[in-house]
Design a protein around this ligand. Structure first.
Ligand code: MIG
Length: 662
């Protein structure tokens, strides 16, 4: 049951798809205070757990820390952070009383979940629609919430293959080197990503002709080999006379404007740039249409970046800062002055004051950016998705974004931004999966191998052994870091084994994904959502993956394996490429040895899992199925059978197959 409460006059965010009449009064679970902000608080019982918040730091159980809904580009992702690239303001309090609550507010939202006081929860918002969701148990509540926010995005089937990316591929030669590197080492590849270097001086929707003389030809040649090129699009458009996207946007008034009505100029990769006003319907349509030049070149997938939106500096603040700095010329600086001078420059990036200085022209009137900050990535991505639908209504496209807000899950997926080649980030990747799923984001993944810093062969292999389960499986790294394409390392057979598992389990991954999207279920669930025992309630490093499988990846360096808790008897599967061994393990704790060239997972009793033979790309899989099973009687499985490309409209694509015990 969902109840809606309205505080102030909130901006309509587009998060939900159901009209619900507002209740009077306040949600009974909270004490509500009205001041400059609204504050919602309640007690937390000793055993209460709190789930949700989608893309965030820390645990699956969010209790014990303070978090913020405020989309932020900051590539140092540590435990001390309170906000990442996305705001997913949905939580479920689970315990003596179990309820879900969604704070639909596009401005800053603060969550204090047992931080100030271990026994109290408090959330503060600006004007907001607040949805209280009650149900039989946590799964029912989440299902109800997913109905409220609408069906999740389903990418084409090829987007479930393995992809290689790197910031630094400069030219067609670089791309071909990667493609051949994978082919020569007999490693699979479905996607290769183009980062900002393919553009002409970082101008969106342009291609550098000297380094990529024939993008269309390249895309076609790669596609013939089963590989898709997936270019990046940045939020801001270079402010350059003669550049048609900029000139047209200015002429039509489609960029965000300052108080005087001029385009608000920010510095990002191309230098001075303007931000398309994606919250304005006409501007959004226009920005989406710009993707056409790349679609016409045969491109079928995109990743949208810098859409928090990131501001390295605003023109105005930079000028002011430079003036201020020059006023120190020839003077002696005391340490305090020196520190302030430095801070005036480092503080230019994503300065909160800049977000107060530009406006959106929306159907709901002119709105200062700060109030709708968290919607920018959502609407940038929506602009592309809505245009794709118009461009080729009979086709699904790959689309994912760095920044997001709930509601965007209907239009695209997410990657979780600039992680690092740290062991702790494998675990962080795992912990984010169920919370993202709760908020509707099913197509998601982290930069495998780590974005920042230098990876190692072992770290990459272990991370891939988690990545084989995540819908978006992409190896990506930053400029200047150690090269981390799989073929750069020594033990090729190990990489073949691990990547091969992805293709082997693909029929299962795809079927589970589509079913979860169609029915508003979670692909990754914490053990606590399925098992009632006290131990399961606290497991933070294992997950249910679909309905049949439990995963427990290794996330420590030089580990021989790891302890795994089995809440029930399960069948241990050790998989290398297309081959596997099985062993039944009893309920309880087990030390599982896991060599780096192997992927392990656990099949639940009464369950089956469709698998295939590995191939070098999704399109070349032969379609023959095998079944892993741990059953005593004939068991039904809902297999997704479609062409992998056409839009999925309903459950017709799911076919019930009965598997006989063997
Ligand atoms: O300021 O396009 O998160 O994946 O490689 C950095 C360059 C901009 C940030 C993205 C990352 C991408 C990088 N981008």
């Amino acid at each position: 049951m969902i109840k809606k409460y309205v505080y102030g006059s909130p901006v309509k965010t587009g998060a939900t798809v159901m009209e619900i009449a507002a209740e009077g009064g306040d949600p009974a679970v909270f004490a509500v205070e009205r001041g400059e902000r609204y504050s919602f608080s309640c007690a937390l019982g000793e055993k209460d757990r709190v789930y949700g918040l989608g893309e965030q730091v820390r645990g699956i159980n969010k209790r014990g820390w303070k978090y913020e809904g405020w989309n932020t580009d900051d590539p140092i992702i540590t435990e001390g952070r309170t906000a990442l690239y996305a705001s997913h303001n949905f939580i479920v309090v689970c315990g003596a009383r179990t309820f879900g609550v969604f704070f639909d507010c596009a401005g800053r939202v603060q969550f204090d979940i047992g931080y100030t006081r271990r026994d109290a929860l408090s959330v503060t918002t600006e004007d907001a629609d607040v949805y209280l969701i009650e149900g039989e148990d946590i799964n029912a509540i989440i299902h109800e919430f997913r109905t409220l926010i609408g069906r999740s995005y389903i990418p084409p089937r090829w987007a479930f293959g393995y992809g290689q990316s790197r910031w630094g591929y400069q030219s067609e030669e670089d791309i071909m080197e990667v493609v051949e590197g994978y082919a020569n080492s007999d490693l699979p590849l479905d996607m290769i990503y183009l980062d900002i270097d393919y553009m002409e001086r970082f101008k969106d929707f342009t291609v550098d002709r000297t380094r990529f003389p024939d993008l269309k030809g390249l895309a076609a040649r790669l596609k013939a080999r089963g590989i898709r090129l997936v270019p990046i699009i940045d939020a801001a458009v270079k402010a350059e006379p003669g550049y048609s996207v900029f000139e047209e946007g200015v002429a039509r008034g489609y960029f965000c404007k300052d108080a005087a009505g001029d385009p608000f100029i920010v510095g990002v990769w191309p230098g001075d740039s303007a931000l398309p006003d994606v919250l304005n319907e006409d501007a959004r349509r226009w920005f989406g249409e710009q993707y056409r030049v790349l679609l016409d070149s045969g491109i079928e997938g995109f990743w949208n970046d810098m859409n928090e939106p990131t501001i390295f500096y605003s023109r105005r603040r930079l000028e002011h800062t430079i003036d201020n700095a020059s006023s120190w010329q020839g003077k002696s600086l005391a340490l305090g002055d020196y520190n302030r001078l430095i801070a005036s420059f480092t503080g230019l990036q994503n300065n909160p004051l800049d977000y107060k200085e530009f406006y959106h022209e929306t159907e709901q009137g002119r709105i200062v950016h700060e109030r709708v900050h968290n919607l920018y990535g959502y609407y940038m991505t929506r602009s592309a998705a809505e245009y794709f639908e118009e461009y080729a209504p009979e086709k699904r496209f790959l689309l994912f974004s760095r920044s997001s807000y709930i509601g965007m899950h209907r239009y695209g997926g997410v990657w979780t931004g600039d992680n690092a080649s740290w062991w702790s980030h494998i675990l962080l990747n795992l912990k984010m999966l169920p919370s993202l799923n709760m908020c509707g984001f099913l197509y998601c993944g982290a930069d495998l191998g780590g974005f920042g810093g230098d990876t190692t062969e072992e770290l990459l292999l272990r991370w891939l052994a988690l990545g084989v389960f995540t819908p978006l499986m992409r190896n990506h790294a930053t400029n200047g870091s150690r090269l981390q394409e799989c073929y750069r390392f020594t033990d090729m057979q190990a990489f073949r084994n691990v990547l091969g598992v992805r293709y082997t389990i693909l029929p299962y991954l795809y079927s589970e994904f589509v079913r979860c999207a169609l029915r508003g279920e979670m692909l990754f669930r914490p053990l606590a959502f399925v098992y009632d025992d006290e131990r399961s309630a606290h497991v933070e490093d294992q997950l249910l993956f679909g309905d049949s499988v439990m995963i427990a990846p290794v996330y420590e360096e030089n580990a021989m394996g790891r302890y795994v808790y089995l809440p029930e008897e399960m069948k241990l599967i050790r998989m290398k490429g297309g081959s596997y061994t099985e062993e039944i393990l009893s309920c309880g704790d087990h030390f599982i040895e896991v060599p780096v060239d192997e992927v392990v997972f656990f099949l639940r009793p009464g369950k089956v899992m469709p698998i295939a033979a590995p191939a070098d790309c999704v399109e070349r899989m032969d379609g023959a199925l095998r079944w892993l099973q741990f059953i005593q009687q004939p068991t039904a499985y809902e297999l997704c059978e479609d062409d992998g490309i056409s839009p999925i409209r309903g459950e017709e694509c799911l076919r019930r197959v009965v598997v006989e015990p063997q």
